[in-house]
Design a protein around this ligand. Structure first.
Ligand code: PMP
Length: 433
């Protein structure tokens, strides 16, 4: 049967009558790659199923959370039990302490942990805390790093903002954006220069230690250590935004992988097991400024709700207790990348393959990619051709050159072989393009 998205196209048209652009998060609209986004009917393991009856091997994994695959039986079972005890109490539970404890065991720099409902909330709250602690206003971020959509950080953000070509959003007051300084990722000298000029005013540097929102970029040797050294020298806090890399590149996140200790860390995605969760945490003396322990206000009606805590706890327990979990995820991802690279080379393409743990990305560029500007040199038209050719063959990649892909524990060797086989036909189409 020929690939068709007829029902999805009708659903998309109707959605646009009721929802801005037909979606609840911009990148889902396929505006970057063109065409119709499949409307999803369900998911299990490594697979997504759309309303047209198509089946896909999914490398988006809800943009990171689904590290165990979709509808994992243990997570589903735990959620069913939790559901019967009520969905939200707005009062403390044992689950919240248990999850905070598991997070601190994995990420020891997070001495105290506060749960919120999204990564955006986590980074927003961490910035307020850093400003209160240091009594300074300025923030440093890196071009192409995305930390959510609140005003202070929607400045030269990657991800959907890059795909849609709106790096800075209207509606962000100049008075707020003016406190955010942007530096190129992987550029130590650029960061040092900013600190030499205005270091005494900088409350915090927020960084994706492994950026996954301008495609996947890896830190150069010694880069994160230099960022740590510079922030310490000037008394600015270092915030690792590990919403994507946390429990993903390693159980203890990028800070365990690279052995760098930040002052504050933000988490999301995997720790919610597919339910809406974010968290921020860090040094006890800083975190104790948060209300009600201290004066910095931050709250949430549904924060720490029992369903999200249950999905997160069950997911983390499986990650912690399955022997060689991260080793196997890494090996599968390496096998896939090596297979894709071999196919690309058969067609004479010299592409940039980046991989760490179960995250990977291929840039349609023949030059090294190490920051936002070099990522933007990629041939987006070639990516879009590749993307659609893969989709039509049942492989669901992120609909943008500027996003990372994710392997899950549910992906089988057959899934990987099928993906590599599909890529041969997709690279053939890129050759024609
Ligand atoms: N930080 C990072 C590193 C992210 O990747 C994201 C989301 N992709 C966010 C923050 C924002 O998280 P959320 O979408 O849950 O608000």
């Amino acid at each position: 049967m020929a690939f068709s998205l007829e029902k999805s196209a009708r659903a998309f048209a109707e959605a646009k009558e009721y929802i801005p652009g037909g979606v609840n998060s911009p990148v889902r609209s396929f505006r970057g790659v063109g065409g119709t986004p499949p409307f999803i009917a369900g998911a299990a393991g490594s697979r997504l199923y759309d309303i047209d009856g198509n089946e896909y091997i999914d490398y988006v994994g809800s943009w990171g959370p689904m590290i165990l695959g979709h509808a994992h039986p243990a997570v589903t079972e735990a959620l069913r039990d939790a559901l019967m005890r009520g969905t939200s109490y707005g009062a403390p539970t044992l689950l919240e302490t248990e999850l905070a404890k598991m997070i601190r065991q994995a990420v020891p720099s997070m001495e105290l942990v506060r749960m919120v409902n999204s990564g955006t909330e986590a980074t927003m709250s961490a910035l307020r805390l850093a400003r209160a602690y240091t009594k300074r206003n300025k923030i440093v971020k890196f071009a192409g790093c995305y930390h959510g959509h609140h005003d202070s950080l929607l400045v030269k953000a990657g991800s959907g903002a890059t795909t849609l070509g709106v790096p800075d959003s209207p509606g962000v007051p100049e008075s707020i954006a003016g406190n955010t300084i942007t530096v190129a990722y992987n550029d130590v000298e650029g960061l040092e220069q900013v600190f030499r000029q205005t270091g005494e005013d900088i409350a915090a540097v927020i960084i994706e230690p492994v950026p996954g929102n301008m495609g996947l970029i890896l830190p150069r040797e010694g880069y994160l250590a230099a960022v740590r050294r510079i922030t310490q020298e000037y008394g600015a806090l270092l915030i690792f935004d590990e919403v994507m890399s946390g429990f993903r590149v390693a159980y203890g996140g990028a800070q365990a992988y690279y052995k760098i200790t930040p002052d504050l860390t933000t988490l999301g995605k995997v720790i919610g097991g597919g339910l809406p969760v974010g968290a921020y945490g860090g040094r006890r003396d800083i975190m104790e400024l948060i209300a009600p322990a201290g004066p910095v206000y931050q709250a949430g009606t549904l924060s720490g709700n029992p369903l999200a805590m249950t999905a997160g706890l069950t997911t983390l327990k499986i990650l912690a207790e399955t022997p060689d979990m991260y080793q196997k995820l890494t090996e599968k991802t390496q096998t896939l990348c090596a297979g894709l690279k071999a196919q690309a080379e058969k067609f004479g393409f010299n592409l940039q393959f980046h991989q760490i743990g179960s995250m990977f990305c291929l840039f349609f560029s023949d030059k090294p990619v190490y920051d936002y500007d070099s990522a933007k040199q990629s041939d987006v038209g070639a990516f879009n051709t590749f993307f659609h050719a893969m989709l039509e063959q049942g492989v669901y990649l992120a609909p943008s050159q500027f996003e990372a892909a994710f392997m899950s524990a549910a992906h089988s060797d057959d899934d990987i072989a099928a993906t590599i086989a599909a890529s041969a036909r997709a690279f053939a189409k890129v050759e024609e393009y």
